[in-house]
Design a protein around this ligand. Sequence first.
Ligand code: DAH
Length: 337
Amino acid sequence: MVAEPDALLKEALDALASADDPAALEQWRIAWIGTRGRMRTVMAQLRDVPAAERPAVGQRLNALRERIEQAFADRAGALAQEGTARAASSGRGRIASTIDPTEPGIPVGLGRRHVLSRTIDEIVEVFGRMGFSVAEGPEVEDEWHNFTALNIPPDHPARDATDNFYMGGSRLLRTQTSTVQIRTMERMPPPLRIIAVGRVYRPDTHDATHYSMFHQVEGLYVDRAVSMVDLKTVLFQFARAYFGPDAQVRIRPSFFPFTEPSAEVDMLMSIRGTPTWVELGGCGMVDPNVFRAVGIDPEAWTGFAFGLGIERIAMRRYGIPDIRLLFENDLRFLRQF
Ligand code: DAH
């Protein structure tokens, strides 16, 4: 005989009432109204009912199935609403297991220019405003451009094997950007007004103020009747533009083979509020021997040149105590600039 509809209904509804999450509800659906569920079995029993009773029994069973399906739809709707309400009050939704919109985002790091690159850009900008264009030369040089054309004699100690990175033959890593003076004058006739910025190499032992690679900015100005006054004016204008209106320039007599007369360049800058003279490099009037080496008539042309250390400029300006910090790529250091 066909199962008793009322008992069946009660059993189904009790089970449905205790299904209180989506997974339990789905299990109930499969067990009761799925394609192999209890209701299917019950409906199949209709075949065994004598033909005369079949319409009446069929009607009751259909009513039973409808009530059960309706109960399922109601329960599913109620559970879904409960879920939304829970999501709203706690900020976590049904998709919370995969996406939580309240979690902090993944920060995107902003890159920035290395403090030395920024310093170089600023220097180029300041000299650019004074009409200097940028010239370039190779870091792997020959002795002619690094020494000979710069009036450095064959037996000069600057050529010692211990003071240079020789690479075989007459090749070496340049020790100074003065090489670019020679390369520029070989290529272009005067008047000339250039700066050259780049790396230079010396086999120094690394410490707080020495590194085997560093950067220089070289300047060269060749024209008719250029004088030491022009040189000091250009350096002074640079100092004021770069270090501020209180900056001063001092030049002290010195010696370089490629300039005559030669001088050391100091600049007065404020270091943590205290005005301080800082030695930044060398300068002078281009030696006639240098002009002769590149085929420029020293009777017709005069010029000045200077070479300043870029690390020194940056370290003094930003209060960086150790040159090695500039090359270690420690982001905690680099992020400060
Ligand atoms: N080349 C020199 C050095 O590396 C610096 C220098 C001095 C450059 C005098 C110049 C100059 O152009 O005129 O120590």
